[in-house]
Design a protein around this ligand. Structure first.
Ligand SMILES: Nc1ncnc2c1ncn2[C@@H]1O[C@H](COP(=O)(O)OP(=O)(O)OP(=O)(O)O)[C@@H](O)[C@H]1O
Length: 360
C-alpha cells in the first residue's frame, strides 16, 4: 500500500540554512495495517505524511502510495487516499452536512450520491444531530470527527491522520478512536491507516505497528509489544537496606535475563533506603529467582515492584532521551512554523498554502 525508498526532504531556510527534515526513510506498509508513527516534535513525522499525501514533493528518494508514484501521479494518489491534517479540513462557516456534500462533489460524486454518503458518514461518526449546524459551532471532539468524515468521503482504502486526537480530552480521544476503529472495520476491505501521534498510550493500545522516528530517520519499527520486549524490557525494583545494595546488584547482574542494573539510594541521613532497578526480559518470570538468590546471599528485600515497559522506555532505550521531555522543536535557529507558513517558497502550491489541507 505504501513503499518508500530513501525518502528525503530538505527545507532550505533563508540563504544558507538547510533543515534535513526527513533523511532517507525506506518503509513498506501492507494493505489493512494500522500504523502509528511516533516521535518527538520536529522528528519529521508531518513532513513524511505530507510527502506521502503529495502535499509537498520529496527532495530525493521515491514513494509509491496505493500503487502510484507520488511525484509522477499525484492525482491518482489523491483519489485513493484520505488525509486528515492537523489544521482540520472543514470550512468554519459551512453547515456540517453541506461541508460533507461539497467534499463528496469535489471527489466526483453526483449530488445524490454525495448526499447519501454525507448521511452515512454523519450517522457513522455520531454527527447526525449536528448536521444542520455551522462547523464553527461544533465542540473540539465533534469537529475532529467531522475532519475524519471529510477524509473518508470518497471511501479511500488508505487514510492518513496527522495527530488526530491532539488537544482532545481523554473522553473525546477514546470516543474518536472508537469511531475510527469502527469505520475501519465497517469498510468492505479493512482500511489501511497511518497516523502520527504524540500520545504513547494511544500508539500502544490501538496501533498494530509502531514506527519510531527521530531526527528524520526510522529508529525502530515493530509491534508495540515486540519493541517493548526487545528494546526496553520489564523493570523489577527491589528495595533493600543501603549496606546490602551493592551485593544485591551483583546478584541481579548474574541472574538470567538481566539486561541492566541500577542502584539508587535516597532519604535522610541515617534513614536511607536503596532500590536496585533491574531491566530484564521477563519481569514476572525473573522475580522469584531474584528473590531466592537474594535470600541465599542473606540479603533481605523489603519490597518488590514489577513494571511493564512503556513506549517511552523504548524511546529512552533507543535515544537516551524521554519522549515526554522532548516537546520542543530542536532545530537550531529555526522557529517552529505555523501550518501553511513556508519560508522557503519552495513548495508554495495552492494546497500547501491553505490551512485547510484538503486533498481534492
Ligand atoms: N516548511 C518548512 N520549512 C522549513 N522547515 C520546516 C518546514 N516544515 C517542517 N520543517 C522542519 O522540519 C523538521 C521536521 O518537522 P515536522 O513538522 O515534520 O516534524 P514532526 O515530527 O511532525 O513534529 P511535530 O510532532 O511537532 O508535529 C523540523 O525541524 C521543522 O522545523
Amino acid at each position: 500500500m505504501i513503499r518508500t525508498r530513501a525518502l528525503t526532504k530538505d527545507f532550505v531556510v533563508g540563504r544558507t540554512q538547510t533543515v534535513h527534515a526527513v533523511r532517507g526513510i525506506s518503509l513498506d506498509v501492507e494493505p489493512g495495517e494500522l500504523v502509528a508513527v511516533l516521535g518527538p516534535n520536529g522528528a519529521g513525522k508531518t513532513t513524511t505524511l505530507r510527502m506521502l499525501t503529495t502535499l509537498i514533493p520529496p527532495t530525493a528518494g521515491t514513494a509509491e502510495v496505493a500503487g502510484y508514484d507520488v511525484v509522477a501521479h499525484p492525482d491518482r494518489v489523491r483519489a485513493a487516499i484520505g488525509y486528515v491534517g492537523q489544521g482540520g479540513a472543514a470550512g468554519a462557516s459551512q453547515l456540517v452536512r453541506d461541508e460533507l456534500v461539497t467534499q463528496g462533489e469535489i471527489y466526483g460524486l453526483d449530488r445524490r450520491r454525495a448526499r447519501d454518503r454525507a448521511n452515512e458518514l454523519l450517522e457513522a461518526l455520531d454527527l447526525t444531530e449536528q448536521a444542520d449546524r455551522k462547523v464553527e459551532s461544533l465542540s473540539g471532539g465533534q469537529k475532529r470527527r467531522l475532519d475524519v468524515a471529510v477524509g473518508l468521503v470518497h471511501e479511500p482504502s488508505l487514510l492518513f491522520l496527522d495527530e488526530p486526537s491532539t488537544g482532545l480530552d481523554p473522553h473525546n480521544r477514546a470516543n474518536l478512536w472508537e469511531h475510527i476503529l469502527r469505520m475501519r472495520t465497517a469498510a468492505a476491505e479493512p482500511m489501511t491507516i497511518v497516523l502520527t501521534t504524540h500520545y504513547l498510550d494511544e500508539a500502544d493500545t490501538f496501533a498494530e505497528r509502531v514506527i519510531v522516528v527521530d531526527h528524520g530517520q526510522v529508529i525502530a519499527d515493530d509491534t508495540a509489544d515486540a519493541l517493548k520486549a526487545e528494546l526496553a524490557g520489564d523493570l523489577v525494583t527491589l528495595r533493600v537496606a543501603p549496606e546490602h545494595a551493592a551485593a544485591l546488584a551483583a546478584v541481579a547482574e548474574r541472574a538470567p535475563g538481566t539486561r541492566s542494573v541500577r542502584v539508587e539510594t535516597s532519604g535522610e541521613a541515617g534513614r536511607e533506603a536503596s532500590t536496585v532497578e533491574i531491566r530484564t526480559a521477563d519481569g514476572p518470570g525473573a522475580t522469584p529467582g531474584l528473590l531466592r538468590a537474594a535470600d541465599g546471599a542473606g540479603l533481605q528485600v523489603s519490597r518488590v515492584d514489577v513494571a511493564r515497559p512503556t513506549l517511552d522506555d523504548v524511546f529512552l532505550g533507543l535515544t537516551g532521551r524521554s519522549l515526554r521531555e522532548t516537546a520542543v522543536v530542536d532545530t537550531p535557529g529555526v522557529e517552529p512554523l505555523e501550518t501553511g507558513e513556508h519560508p522557503t517558497g519552495e513548495h508554495s502550491t495552492s494546497e500547501d498554502t491553505t490551512k485547510k489541507e484538503v486533498l481534492a
